[in-house]
Design a protein around this ligand. Structure first.
Ligand code: RFL
Ligand code: PHB
Length: 385
């Protein structure tokens, strides 16, 4: 088998890259370890920056997103039993975000790829990367895919990262995790609520007018089995408590999972003809909602560079890929770290630490500059700076 570009992984990064290359007339083959149902139902991100929405539209992959996505013009911060709204268009000169689940983006991109694009092989595991060659296992048999370029879009647990010699790794783990739930109940809010409380962090997000997505900070060793539905709703209610008459609606919980939090960057994101994109190259804790957006931004930059190479033979944009991406990646790393440490209670945290968090939250609530700094980062920085 041969392709100009071998793409490992059919998450948002790999699927969108395949679509962008197809649109540019560059052939690719996508190898995906898991089956289609698994990839389409893995519950993850929900918040899309404007740049991500624009990229999906330009790729011709936004028909359903434009019908079903929810445009959000702000978020609410809750702390000290107070609610403070950040108005994004006002603070950023007109920017907003969209709520549309990662599962739906993946479904849309898989359908387009199967209908119009090159091969997308499920249950096909890449097991080795050499110069211009990917070895993979299908039905227990090892096969070879030769190519001009390999792009590792295989997430944090993939094999691509290890194929980069001389990479430097920067990493941080956090002393807490998220218990995420999906519930069949209309959201109790119109916009996302990020809550700081003396019991720990909570986030109210949503998937549609009838499905809510909520998260609770829990210890790293938390077992979802120890979190029966009533305990989850009681804890959410306590953490979102606010003066006034707001009420949290309860409903049947259909999914529960615990996710650890990590910051991770590997540099550079390229060696020779091997490129990394998305979670394969960098991880952020989910508090800033940046992971999926970074993955999309990486492949937009890479697809343009490959198209430029195909048209002119020049490698200058490919050579600049890693530096171009890492500048945006580190901004998102800082912002995600900032949001995470601002809103969570670390085990053993002192009253002093909590007072600092509350002071910073109060600053965001009272200073337009502080609010604008948060809003600009949340709605997303430019693709290239
Ligand atoms: P993915 O989605 O992990 O896809 C990688 C794919 O590679 C496959 N694979 C292999 N295939 C072939 N051979 C191998 N050897 C392979 N090894 C692995 C895997 O099966 C998989 O299909 O990476 P990608 O495409 O880079 O996308 C990244 C995003 O999925 C991730 O950053 C976001 O989900 C992070 N994230 C959020 N990001 C946002 O932008 N906004 C959010 O609101 C947001 N919320 C979240 C999140 C992540 C969460 N979790 C569970 C980590 C909320 C949560 C709870
Ligand atoms: C989500 O909807 O899953 C979501 C939204 C915002 C975040 C993290 C997750 O910061």
């Amino acid at each position: 088998m041969h392709a100009t570009v071998a793409i490992i992984g059919a998450g948002p990064a790999g699927l969108l890259l395949a679509r962008l290359l197809h649109n540019a007339g560059i052939d690719s083959v996508v190898l995906e370890h898991r089956d289609r149902a698994y990839v389409e139902h893995r519950q993850r991100a929900g918040m899309l920056e404007q740049t991500t929405v624009d990229a999906l539209r330009a790729a011709g992959a936004a028909a359903r997103l434009d019908r079903e996505g929810l445009v959000h013009h702000g978020i609410e911060l809750r702390f000290d039993r107070r609610a403070h709204r950040l108005d994004f268009p006002d603070l950023t000169g007109g920017r907003s975000v969209m709520i549309y689940a990662q599962t739906e983006i993946v479904k849309d991109l898989v359908a387009l790829q199967l209908a119009e694009g090159g091969p997308l092989l499920f249950e096909t595991q890449a097991v080795g990367i050499e110069d211009g060659l990917v070895r993979f296992l299908r039905d227990g048999v090892e096969e070879k895919l030769t190519c001009e370029f390999v792009v590792g879009c295989d997430g944090f647990h993939g094999i691509s990262r290890a194929a980069l010699p001389n990479a430097r790794v920067y990493e941080r783990e956090y002393p807490y995790s998220w218990l995420g739930i999906l519930a069949d109940v209309p959201p109790s809010c119109e916009e996302l609520i990020y809550a700081h409380s003396e019991r720990g962090f909570a986030l109210h997000s949503m998937r549609s007018a009838t499905v809510s997505r909520l998260y609770l900070q829990v210890p790293n060793d938390a077992d979802p089995e120890h979190w029966p539905d009533d305990r989850i709703w009681d804890e959410l209610e306590a953490r979102f408590a606010v003066d006034g008459d707001w009420k949290l609606s309860r409903g049947p919980i259909t999914q529960k999972a615990v996710t650890p939090m990590r910051s991770f960057v590997t540099e550079p994101m390229r060696h020779d003809r091997l490129f990394l994109a998305g979670d394969a190259a960098h991880i952020v804790p989910p508090t800033g909602a940046k992971g999926l957006n970074l993955a999309v931004a990486d492949v937009v930059v890479l697809a343009e560079a490959l198209e430029h190479w195909r048209r002119t033979g020049a490698t200058d944009l490919l050579d600049a890929y890693s530096d171009t991406c890492l500048r945006r990646v580190w901004r998102a790393e800082h912002f995600s770290y900032f949001m995470t440490t601002l809103l969570h209670l670390a085990p053993g945290q002192t009253g002093f630490d909590t007072r600092l968090q509350l002071s910073q939250l109060d600053r965001i609530a009272t200073s337009r500059h502080a609010a604008a700094e948060l809003a600009e980062n949340y709605t997303g920085v430019a693709l290239r700076q």
